[in-house]
Design a protein around this ligand. Sequence first.
Ligand SMILES: [Fe+2]
Ligand SMILES: [Fe+2]
Length: 311
Amino acid sequence: MAISRPSLDTQPDREPSAPVPPASNTPAFDLEAYVARSRAVDLSAIPWDEIPRHPLSAETVRTLRFMQDIEIHTIIYLRSLLATRAIDEPEVATFLACWVYEETFHGIALARFLEAAGYPLEPRARPHGREPLSQRIEAAATAMVSKAWPNFCAVHMTWGAINELTTLTGYRRLVAIARHPVLTDLLERIIIDESRHFFFYYRQAEIRLQRPVVARTARFLVDRFWVPVGSGVQPREELEFMARYLFSGADGRAAARKVDDTIRRLPGFASVQLVEAWMNTNVTESAGATGARPGARRGTPYGGHHGHGYH
Ligand SMILES: [Fe+2]
Ligand SMILES: [Fe+2]
């Protein structure tokens, strides 16, 4: 079943005389195998009773709360996506069904970890489903862009690739910083899922951005509207705290730069400014400094998780 490649031939605004260059050396994503293997993250071997025996900093708990909230928000982000062309693309729709399932279980797993560590989650002040007006306007704007632009999925896939890569990099950084053996075990399982998500989005983006006219529009939208996952879902100070905790210092900066460099290999994105530039504009590294600087980008019609960013 040929479900691993989008059909470029069905794109309405294709320039008839423009040959489609071959995609890069990135291997094909085997969607059929992914769907067959998709399941909830396996928690059966996690030694939950051992969690309180290891130190867990307040900063790690705060970061985990943020990440848990973003994972659980995935289904709300999916609600916005279902109002776009994503639902009309069989490969994308199939992927999204498994993706939201896996992301939801990431949220459940992180909630269970926090509870076992003695930090059960409080009920959310605003339920996820009751989004603020700004988020609903962003969802409507996304649907409008999708309606107006036949190649909307190219930017959706690029967006997803950025956010999945940021998410899995964030989890890797948390493993390195927290040094909690049970958390490491749990996050390494989640990271395997996030790596598969990233691969799907990245490969799709790479194929869909082959045509310069599509890449130019996608690049414009990312330049104008991209902000890290969690923007608009969690308070800004929480996003800035987490960004500083995970991506400050030499190792954090190097991790952020690696995300950016990977996305820069996509067609048309060679000079894109993403995580590191956002850090430079929005996050000061000195303790206690959280202020956003003038000129910081705000808002996006593509909002949330990987959307789920740090998903
Ligand atoms: Fe996730
Ligand atoms: Fe993911």
